[in-house]
Ligand binder design. Structure first.
Ligand code: NAD
Length: 511
């Protein structure tokens, strides 16, 4: 763990004293060159300071990249199964720390404990999955068109990989990036979101504890402008793996373009659940509640639109509203709570603005929620009611723009074909789902919905680590995280030809 002070604090329950966390560079916990820190407060109760973190700048980035570049020289030569042993051990230790890290995560970003436990668990799953890649990373062998010639393709690491991560999955997303990068022999500099640095401090401290060599993983905390941009622009960084908003992703892409730096961008979403006239309505309601209000609607794959066949619209809406009104909102550490706060004041303000936009949109009806919650201790946090708009038209701002909060738009449609059209009509393409008992329709939807992830009779959330994760259109730039797809992001192919004929053989000419 990072410091003795942190250990003592995390062992205490309820409200530990705020700990100052350092950057992790070259295997050491170090203060920023600026000498400044920033506070991270609990969004469920802003009276609690979760920790203070280094307000770093370009000088810290330069040190971290230099450490990662130096470490790459030896790390790339460590046999992959040996690298994987460390990664496997990280999975084991994360199990040990799971409850503590989940509590820290709930305190720093608000989602309820069972979801933060799931977040840590995803990092455990990813560790085990990528540890297996230590003995795979398969390439191809293939016959040559010439005699006495052998050929194969092998993966090679890129070098220093920069990682810029968001706050909504503060340990899972860093693990999606760090674990494949490491097993393939790359080194890492990660900049966590300013709202959730503690979960990355926890993750990196476990890597350190498990014996990751000095400089192989480095972490620098601070803002997008002061840390993110210098990291992206650093000439020794070979790849930028970014997850966040489409707006920032576009600027990351522009910064990487001139030097042809690789960039893997995972960005916004406006995910839809389609409910057909033959659907199991209770199941569809369960799915849209979990997808719409889980993580306070702050999943990148959150169900922010539900597209419902008019024949079952009323039945669905009545059941959905009744259940949404019953969701208990509060501090995510309380096991009886269904939905925690928004991550920050600004995220809460965005939600409030969209409620205003929705109430002004011609025809949309506010069916439940719509207000900030301020009774009792809730006034110390960023709480908002689960909010549902009905009769939303597919082209309204409510139905097309990413809100990233507990606001769900219900869109009535006349047919299955129209549902697909509406589903595909937004600029994003992350996740979608359909509830139907008709196998033919399910397969047509599976083929025609243009997203990176698709579910049948399940909500738009719930990805597993061994399948590719990511989206089409303004959600991504053609790459995928997780699964085998992640290996393609963090390695480059090399084709190797071995001629053992002893004579000059010319491909395409002598063949
Ligand atoms: P954000 O774009 O504001 O920030 C993401 C990261 O980029 C943070 O670490 C931030 O500090 C950094 N950053 C901000 N400005 C920067 C700049 N100019 N240069 C370099 N770095 C900069 O996003 P957020 O609010 O943290 O997260 C929410 C967004 O992330 C939503 O749009 C959501 O859909 C998206 N998201 C997408 C996925 C996915 O896999 N597609 C997963 C999770 C979240």
């Amino acid at each position: 763990m990072p410091t003795a002070k942190a250990k003592t604090a995390s062992a205490k329950s309820a409200k530990p004293a705020a700990v100052e966390h350092k950057n992790f560079i070259g295997g050491k916990w170090v203060a920023s060159a600026t000498g400044q820190t920033f506070e991270n407060r609990n969004p469920a109760d802003t009276r609690e300071v979760v920790g203070t973190f280094q307000k770093s700048d370009k000088r810290d980035v330069n040190k971290a990249v230099a450490a990662a570049a130096e470490a790459f020289k030896s790390w790339r030569l460590v046999p992959a199964p040996k690298r994987a042993e460390i990664i496997f051990k990280v999975g084991e230790r994360l199990i040990h720390y799971k409850d503590q890290f989940a509590r820290d995560m709930t305190r720093e970003m608000g989602k309820v404990l069972k979801e933060t436990q799931g977040d840590v668990h995803e990092a455990i799953d990813m560790s085990y999955y990528m540890a297996g890649e230590g003995r795979r990373q398969f390439g191809h062998t293939t016959p040559s068109e010439l005699r006495n010639k052998f050929q194969m393709s092998v993966r090679q690491p890129l070098g220093v990989c920069a990682m810029i991560t968001p706050w909504n999955f503060p340990m899972a997303i860093p693990s999606w990036k760090i674990m494949p990068a490491l097993v393939l022999g790359n080194t890492v500099v990660i900049k966590p979101a300013t709202d959730t640095p503690l979960s990355v401090v926890n993750f990196v401290s476990v890597l350190h504890e498990c014996g990751i060599p000095d400089g192989v993983v480095n972490m620098v905390t601070g803002s997008g402008r002061e840390v993110g941009e210098p990291l992206i622009n650093h000439p020794d960084v070979k790849l930028v793996s970014f997850t966040g908003s489409t707006e920032v992703g576009r600027s990351v892409s522009a910064l990487c373009g001139p030097s042809f730096k690789h960039s893997c961008l995972e960005m916004g979403g406006k995910n839809a659940q389609m409910v057909m006239d033959d659907a199991d309505i209770d199941l569809a309601v369960d799915g849209a509640l979990w997808g719409g209000f889980g993580t306070t609607g702050q999943h990148c794959t959150a169900t922010s639109r539900v597209i419902i066949h008019k024949k079952v619209y009323k039945k669905f809406v009545d059941a959905y509203i009744e259940r949404a009104r019953r969701l208990k909102v509060g501090n995510g550490l309380d096991a009886s709570v269904d939905m925690g706060p928004a991550v920050s004041e600004s995220q809460l303000r965005t939600v409030e603005q969209y409620v205003q936009i929705g109430t002004k949109e011609d025809g949309a009806k506010l069916l439940c929620g719509g207000h900030r919650l301020t009774e009792g201790d809730l006034k110390y946090g960023f709480f908002h009611e689960p909010t549902v708009f009905g009769d939303v038209a597919p082209d309204m701002r409510l139905a097309t723009e990413e809100i990233f909060g507990p606001v769900v738009s219900l869109i009535p449609v006349d047919s299955f074909e129209q549902a697909i059209e509406v589903c595909n009509s937004v600029i994003y393409g992350l996740s979608a789902s359909i509830y139907t008992r008709d196998i033919n329709r399910a397969f047509v939807a599976m083929r025609d919905v243009y997203t990176g992830i698709f579910y049948i009779n399940a909500p738009t959330i719930g990805a597993e680590v061994h399948l590719p994760f990511g989206g089409t259109k303004a959600t991504g730039n053609g790459h995928r995280e997780a699964g085998q797809a992640a290996l393609d992001v963090f390695s480059e192919w090399k084709a190797v030809y071995v001629d053992y004929s002893g004579v000059l053989q010319k491909a395409q000419i002598d063949a």
